[in-house]
Design a protein around this ligand. Structure first.
Ligand SMILES: [Fe+2]
Length: 270
């Protein structure tokens, strides 16, 4: 059943009112299968057509740089320094009940705090390597901010977020509860492409980076992740007790100095 629609630019179009339910379809008078082929499973194709030169291109990738500091003494040293700073009211903010806190966050000037010179130097060098990988034309790299995050219990989490006013960011996992299990609380990254998750088919076997909306890389004590600052990430609540091991990370933002000389879009960072 159709009705005449006589107003506006489509006055000549007949609009069906009966099907599909609630839909808005222009009735062409042609069966759908005359316009489109029947869906065909690849297994049902009878004619064998030889296809060669198969390849998979990766466009606009979101790079995650992974590495690890394998020096247990250094990690323990940094862990103790962060836990000591967490007792200093002038060094950060407590989350939750002050008498039984869920977490603690240092202020973002940890790179300038006495005792963290080694951490600053190593994270700065790692950041410079990322800028070099991108082959960006810059004068210098520097850390605009560096801060510690401490989780005391599984309620600790951090909502999905990005780091504005920065080019690259990183998270260094100094202490991770439940290591060696699926409950080790890593950093979880989310797909930054707004159109990519409109339809999410179920997966037969394994989720991987190319068919997932989130990726939670395996983490160890000393694991360092660096990534573009626009890449959304967060920390999910743990499902297993920390068993007395706090979750400690040190996060940072890396910026450049130098001129961007793009025509019509020049800017200087200094
Ligand atoms: Fe972050």
């Amino acid at each position: 059943m159709t009705t005449e629609h006589n107003s506006g630019w489509n006055r000549d179009v007949k609009i069906p009112t009966g099907k599909p339910d609630g839909g808005f379809t222009i009735d062409t008078g042609v069966e759908v299968n005359q316009l489109h082929n029947e869906p065909v499973s690849p297994k049902e194709m009878e004619r064998e057509i030889k296809v060669t030169d198969r390849d998979i291109g990766v466009l606009f990738p979101s790079l995650l740089f992974k590495s690890r500091v394998d020096d247990a003494d250094f990690l323990e040293e940094v862990k103790e320094k962060v836990l000591a700073a967490a007792k200093d009211e002038k060094a950060g903010t407590t989350a939750g009940d002050p008498n039984d806190p869920v977490g603690w966050y240092s202020f973002d000037d940890l790179h300038q705090r006495e005792g963290f010179e080694d951490v600053h130097t190593f994270l700065l060098k790692e950041s410079a390597a990322v800028f070099a990988y991108y082959d960006y034309k810059i004068e210098q790299v520097y850390l605009t901010s560096m801060w510690a995050n401490v989780g005391y219990k599984p309620l600790y989490c951090h909502m999905n977020h990005t780091h504005p006013n920065s080019i690259f960011s990183g998270v260094w996992h100094v202490s991770t509860p439940n290591l060696g299990t699926t409950f080790a609380q890593t950093t979880t990254f989310s797909d930054p492409r707004p159109g990519a998750r409109v339809i999410e088919p179920s997966v037969n076997k394994d989720h991987a980076a190319h068919n997932s909306g989130t990726v939670s890389p395996v983490v160890n004590n000393g694991s360092l992740f660096m990534f573009p600052s626009w890449l959304p990430h967060g920390v999910q609540q743990a499902y297993q007790d920390y068993n007395g091991t706090p979750r400690i990370t040190i996060s940072f933002n890396a910026m450049m100095t130098g001129d961007i000389t793009t025509r019509t879009a020049p800017i200087r960072f200094s």
